[in-house]
Write a protein that binds this ligand. Structure first.
Ligand code: ZN
Ligand code: FE
Length: 245
């Protein structure tokens, strides 16, 4: 499935993404309509679909205006349909979705919100506020076990999968990561030349550097004093420490 992805910065640190395939164009997580409409106009593209990874306003705030302007269909988590503005098509892990004649994988990744989903299209994963570059989302509607299960679901994607996240939090995430794993050479290298805009990442890089995916790292476990704890406990402690970092 050949798709072209355009990153559209929104609000202060959000990202929306245009996904173009054939005559179809979707936007993922439009925080606001203005920058998305401008990015479409610059390319003379029409919007056919609006995809939401979860209900938060900084991911759905542009839904209604873009739907009104383009007649685009809103696609979001069916299990959270009541909280998705303008939703037309509710999707889940079983039904998936089809975009421009291609299968789209929908992964249910609850914990940041209980209805959170990720869209996987042609080797590109749109992970919303579940997996960030060098981080993960806060546990607003789930617990550590739920988020760890969701992240493991994402980790099962091929290593080459490009990762497009909902926010540019990478620099601060990386500083925190270095407090737990200062000896990680891949993490040091990544932080040394970090660009201002860090999307996309990829799964191999996240597995090598993202502390939330590295609960089996000996150095992280030693930093936490949790050498023999279970994976969920280690994950939960990393999340706790990040919450107060
Ligand atoms: Zn959110
Ligand atoms: Fe967000």
């Amino acid at each position: 499935m050949p798709v072209e992805v355009v990153t559209v910065p929104c609000l202060s640190d959000n990202y929306a993404y245009l996904v173009k395939s054939g005559d179809s164009c979707a936007v993922v997580d439009p925080s606001e309509a203005g920058p998305v409409a401008a990015a479409l106009a610059a390319r003379s593209w029409q919007l056919s679909h609006i995809l939401n990874t979860h209900h938060h306003l900084d991911h759905t705030g542009g839904n209604l205006a873009l739907k009104a302007q383009f007649g685009a269909k809103v696609v979001g988590p069916g299990k959270d349909a009541a909280r998705i503005p303008g939703i037309d098509i509710g999707v889940d892990e079983n039904c998936g979705w089809e975009f421009s004649g291609h299968k789209v994988q929908v992964l249910e990744v609850p914990a940041h919100t209980r209805g959170a989903i990720a869209f996987v299209m042609g080797g590109n994963a749109f992970t919303g506020d579940t997996l960030f570059a060098l981080g993960c989302g806060r546990l607003f509607e789930g617990d550590a076990a739920m988020m760890w299960a969701s992240l493991r679901k994402l980790m099962a994607l091929p290593d080459a999968t490009k990762i497009y996240c909902g926010h540019e939090y990478t620099k601060n995430n990386g500083r925190f990561a270095l407090t737990l794993e200062p000896g990680n050479a891949a993490l040091q290298a990544r932080m040394k030349d970090l660009p201002a805009m860090t999307m996309p990442s990829d799964m191999a890089l996240e597995k090598a550097t993202n502390p939330f995916l590295r609960v089996d790292s000996r150095e992280i476990r030693e930093s936490l004093g949790m050498q023999s704890a279970g994976d969920t406990e280690v994950f939960g402690e990393i999340r706790n420490r990040k919450d107060s970092y």
